[in-house]
Design a protein. Structure first.
Length: 219
C-alpha cells in the first residue's frame, strides 16, 4: 500500500489543502499542529475523491470531558478545541459527502451541522455496537471509516471486525493514534480481512514518537 520510502517522503511533504482545512477547524489530524501529520497521508489517499458523493463514518467526535478516556483536554490544543473539529474538516474537504459520527460522550452529539448524523456508541460494549448495526447503521454502507475514538488497539480491532462488512468495495478503514507497543497482529481476525489489503504504518514525526501510527485497510 505504502512503501518505506514513500512513507518517509510523505511525512515531510509540504502542507496540503487538507492540512490547512484541518488546522482551521483545530483538528489534531493537521500537520500544522505537529502532534499528528495524518492530513499529509489522507490528502494522498483521498484527493481524487473530493467531489464524490461519499458516505463517511468517523468514530470519535472529540470529548472535552477530562473523565472520558481519549479526550481532547490535553496540551495547547485542549485550550481551543471544539468537539467535532475533524468532522467540520471533512465537511469542507468533501463538499458532497454525508458524514455519520459517534461518541461515548453524549454531550458532544449535538453538532448542528448539515450533512451530519450523530449517534451514541460505546466501543467497549458489543451490545452497543450491535445496537447501532441493527439500528442507525442498518441501511447504510460507507466509503471511509475512521476510528479516532478510544485509543486502545484491542478494542479498535473488535469494532473494526464488526464494521468491516459496512465498508464499500474500494473503501478505506483506518484506525488512528495507535500506541506502538499496543500493536500486535494477534488482535486481528484474519478471516475478517479476507479480500482486503492492510498495513500498519508508523508515520515519522519528530514531535510524536509514541502514537502517530495508523492501521489502514483497503477493501
Amino acid at each position: 500500500m505504502f512503501g518505506y520510502y514513500e512513507i518517509q517522503e510523505l511525512s515531510k511533504k509540504d502542507p496540503t489543502e487538507l492540512c490547512h482545512i484541518m488546522y482551521k477547524h483545530k483538528s489534531d489530524k493537521s500537520s500544522f499542529l505537529k502532534h499528528h501529520n495524518y492530513s499529509l497521508f489522507y490528502d494522498k489517499i483521498f484527493s481524487d475523491w473530493r467531489n464524490k458523493e461519499l458516505k463517511i463514518l468517523e468514530i470519535g467526535i472529540g470529548s472535552v470531558d477530562p473523565n472520558i478516556p481519549s479526550n481532547m483536554c490535553g496540551g495547547e490544543l485542549g485550550k481551543v478545541y471544539r468537539p467535532g473539529a475533524s468532522i467540520r474538516g471533512w465537511l469542507e474537504y468533501f463538499p458532497k459527502a454525508k458524514i455519520f459520527c459517534c461518541d461515548i460522550d453524549r454531550s458532544v452529539l449535538d453538532l448542528n451541522e448539515d450533512r451530519v448524523t450523530t449517534f451514541y456508541l460505546d466501543q467497549t460494549s458489543d451490545d452497543s455496537i450491535n445496537e447501532c448495526l441493527e439500528g442507525i447503521l442498518k441501511e447504510d454502507t460507507f466509503d471511509i471509516i475512521i476510528d479516532d475514538g478510544l485509543h486502545w488497539f484491542p478494542t479498535n480491532c473488535n469494532v473494526m471486525h464488526k464494521l468491516l462488512p459496512k465498508l464499500n468495495k474500494g473503501g478505506y478503514y483506518i484506525i488512528e493514534d495507535i500506541v506502538h507497543h499496543q500493536f500486535n497482529y494477534r488482535y486481528l481476525e484474519v478471516t475478517a480481512l479476507t479480500n482486503t489489503t492492510y498495513q500498519y504504518i508508523r508515520i515519522p514525526n519528530e514531535h510524536n514518537k509514541d502514537d502517530n501510527n495508523i492501521f489502514i485497510v483497503k477493501k
